[in-house]
Design a binder for this molecule. Structure first.
Ligand code: SAM
Ligand code: SF4
Ligand code: SF4
Length: 339
């Protein structure tokens, strides 16, 4: 087990398999046009599986496939199957917007995927049109239903924005309950991509809890059982549970064991990091597993990142990047880093 300068282990890896997406969520991809990663730079399944093996040999136990929209990557079930053969992975999960989930859920389950998180910001189709420029709300619901039917443990992710969907918290808790899923409300973050972010649109964990307890009564915190879990979990008086990821108002960098590999093999130590480490170049130059492992281990040992905590100290906080900055380096985008 290797640890960084703040004694945080290298525990979990988010693997972005594509920077493309079939939605345009306002908090992530609000622009009309994007600069994409060049096709030839995208890692093959073999390259991804090899890097993941090197990471797991260094202690990574949790791997989450993400994107962009990961289900847009052709034949994702094949990559899932390759990763599922790696015995060091204790938890193999997927984060998806759900549009293509109904038709892929069976194959992913068969391939060995363990858990699925579906992003669901609203239960109202017309709101999805305004929020994500899509009229395919029914496909997301079908994806959720199919994922449950094939037996996946299911979480729902909701980014809560003032004036957009903060009036749907109770309905989303009830929807999750009806689908044997757990909803996690995420505070709107000023990450790359969120060029329209402002503090007044952030609905804080405190406000969410106030709103929910006005309706349900006393809400009790419950442990997640994991030191590095980003979501705080809560229980309603009737026993239903939900989570809140207070990444903006109460960040959890102290216990953060997560890093991110982009689809082109750039490794980021923090969601807010200015630069990543290019693993594709040594990989394609013919570096051995030992060389790649040494590079990853040495880099992690030097890690001091506390991006979200540092953002708390910014006076007149505004979006991390403007459009020009994102175009200059698409690695800064949330849809490239993988959320
Ligand atoms: N496309 C997939 C999806 O939406 O589930 C996976 C990639 S997406 C970048 C991963 C997560 O990042 C989603 O749950 C999304 O809601 C979250 N996200 C993106 N931008 C965000 C922002 N500005 N603030 C908070 N969460 C954000
Ligand atoms: Fe929305 Fe995920 Fe696509 Fe970003 S990557 S626009 S969060 S669906
Ligand atoms: Fe981890 Fe960086 Fe997020 Fe903090 S801001 S929790 S260090 S990824």
């Amino acid at each position: 087990m290797i640890a960084d300068r703040l004694a945080r282990p290298l525990g979990s890896l988010r693997v972005s398999v594509t920077d493309r997406c079939n939605l345009r969520c306002r908090y992530c991809m609000p622009e009309q046009e994007y600069v994409w990663l060049p096709k030839q730079s995208i890692l093959t399944f073999e390259e991804i599986a090899r890097l993941v093996e090197i990471f797991t040999a260094l202690g990574v136990e949790k791997v989450r496939l993400t994107g962009g929209e990961p289900l847009l990557r052709h034949d994702l079930a094949t990559l899932t199957g390759m990763l599922a053969k790696n015995p060091a992975i204790r938890d193999l999960a997927l984060t998806t917007n759900g549009l293509l989930l109904a038709r892929q859920a069976d194959a992913l389950k068969l391939a060995g995927l363990g858990r699925v998180t579906v992003s669901l910001d609203t239960l109202r189709p017309e709101r999805m049109q305004a929020l994500a420029r899509s009229d395919r709300h029914a496909d997301v619901l079908a994806g959720i239903a199919t994922a449950r039917r094939v037996g996946f443990a299911l979480k729902l992710n909701t980014v809560v924005m003032r004036g957009v969907n903060e009036d749907e918290l109770i309905e989303l808790v009830e929807f999750a309950r009806a689908h044997q899923a757990e909803v996690r409300f995420i505070e709107y973050m000023d990450v790359g991509g969120a060029t329209g972010w402002s503090t007044d649109q952030v609905v804080s964990q405190r406000e969410m809890l106030e709103q929910l307890s006005r309706h349900y009564g006393t809400i009790t915190p419950v442990g997640s059982g994991e030191v590095a879990a980003p979501a705080e979990r809560f229980r309603l008086p009737d026993g239903a549970t939900f989570g809140i990821v207070a990444s903006t108002t109460a960040p959890f960098c102290r216990t953060c064991d997560r890093s991110r590999l982009t689809a082109d093999g750039t490794w980021f130590l923090c969601l807010y990091a200015e630069r990543g480490i290019d693993l594709r170049e040594p990989l394609r130059r013919g570096a051995s597993d030992a060389e790649l492992s040494d590079l990853i281990a040495a880099t992690w040992r030097g890690r001091t990142d506390r991006g979200a905590e540092e953002r708390l100290g910014v006076v007149n906080r505004a979006p991390l990047y403007q459009v020009d900055g994102l175009r200059a380096d698409p690695h800064r985008e949330m849809h490239t880093r993988g959320g």
